[in-house]
Design a binder for this molecule. Structure first.
Ligand code: NAD
Ligand code: ZN
Length: 357
């Protein structure tokens, strides 16, 4: 299976399926100019599981260097960015060199940012290893976190190819399956009523998220993302819909210092809040809440305060003229943007938190 991603700045393939990691060789062979050397960036979990597989596929066709960093979203940091740049310089990567991001969204974002800025930008290849990365590996957003906020520093930089070997997903722990599946649900909610209904009918437990049915859902999610990014690569308009659930989700992650909750689990809570903000989607929100509960998603962390969360939401990149921009749904599959004052949002969030606990 191949999905072609077309953005104004670049066209590239997403290979998706069992064992498609073998495509890496083909992609590397076809690069023009041929790379002087490769830099594989991975984290310790993924490295332990799949680095050897990837290195075997590359074989001795290319020279490669490997840097392995700790796992966890707090590693999407300036320190690691700097470490990767220093390593790249010490290994004499040049402008023909290629970065290979082997891992989930954390590695994809960090490695993409390293590639996007090393010598003003060199090429990179995404090898996503999480369900979540069906989202993060496509679309060209790269970056790192700043203590003041998530994803605050970054560039748009599209990969040469995305090689999504779904056999790599079998080792994901349950909370990471939930994390990634939340973004699949997001894609369905903002753009595809049928996909949402069929997922709700077929996914009764997270054990159902494997094999062909998972692959199909990922392909549909990627296509939805592609359609939006094609129309709005640099987020001047509709790309903002992809932030459904994210304004609050990011604030929750930030308040918890990116620990104890996964990105998708936080986004799931953000989506529930967004659905509660409009009468038309209240029932949809209640149904989603029940479904998420049976799938084992966490409930709202009670100790978080509405006012500190809203303070964080004000710093969101999407905030404008003091108003917080929220993505809401008019109905299933029909998103829209609504501005809120921080006072009104804080009131609504307080009662949402109260009801949730
Ligand atoms: P992650 O990369 O931190 O991976 C989650 C955990 O799973 C890590 O501990 C990792 O080591 C482990 N892991 C990864 N693959 C595995 C595998 N196959 N088997 C076993 N363990 C594995 O997190 P993520 O959820 O993939 O991505 C989240 C990040 O993506 C966040 O930083 C978020 O901001 C970013 N993101 C970016 C975009 C974008 O458009 N660039 C979109 C969505 C999310
Ligand atoms: Zn996300």
């Amino acid at each position: 299976n191949t999905i072609d991603i077309t953005t104004p700045s670049k066209k590239y393939p997403v290979f998706i399926g069992d064992k498609v990691i073998d495509q890496l060789n083909v992609v590397l062979e076809n690069l023009n100019p041929s790379p002087k050397n490769l830099l594989i960036i991975t984290d310790e979990n993924v490295g332990n599981l799949y680095l050897e597989t990837v290195q075997n596929v590359i074989g001795d066709a290319f020279t490669y260097e490997t840097i392995q960093i700790h796992a966890g979203d707090d590693q999407k940091s300036f320190e690691n960015y700097m470490a990767c740049q220093s390593f790249a310089l010490s290994k004499e990567l040049d402008r023909t060199s290629v970065v290979i991001a082997l891992g989930g969204g954390m590695i994809g974002d960090l490695a993409g940012f390293v590639a996007g800025t090393y010598m003003r930008g060199i090429r990179f290849i995404q090898i996503p290893t999480t369900i979540l990365a069906h989202d993060s590996a496509v679309g060209g957003k790269t970056g790192i976190n700043h203590p003041e906020g998530k994803n605050m520093i970054g560039v748009f930089h599209q990969p040469e190819a995305v090689i999504y070997s779904t056999d790599f997903l079998t080792t994901l722990p349950a909370n990471e399956i939930r994390s990634g599946f939340a973004e699949v649900i997001k894609h369905a909610l903002i753009a595809d009523e049928n996909l949402y209904r069929s997922l709700r009918a077929s996914v009764k437990s997270i054990d159902d998220l494997k094999g062909n049915s998972l692959q199909k859902a990922l392909i549909q999610g990627i296509k939805i993302k592609n359609e939006i990014v094609t129309q709005d690569e640099k987020e001047k308009g509709i790309r903002a819909y992809l932030n459904f659930g994210h304004t609050l989700g990011h604030a929750i992650e930030g308040e918890l210092q990116y620990k104890g909750i996964t990105h998708g689990e936080a986004i799931a809570l953000g989506m529930l809040f967004a659905l509660s903000l409009k009468e038309d989607t209240e029932i949809l929100g209640q149904e989603l809440k029940m479904w998420l509960r049976t799938l084992g998603y966490p409930s709202f962390p009670k100790h978080l305060s509405a006012s500190s969360l809203v303070n964080r939401m004000k710093k969101d990149k999407k905030a404008e003229k003091g108003m917080i921009q929220m993505v809401l749904l008019n109905s299933l599959g029909k998103p829209s943007l609504s501005p809120f004052t921080s006072e009104s949002l804080e009131r609504k969030l307080s009662s949402f938190i109260e009801e949730a606990s």
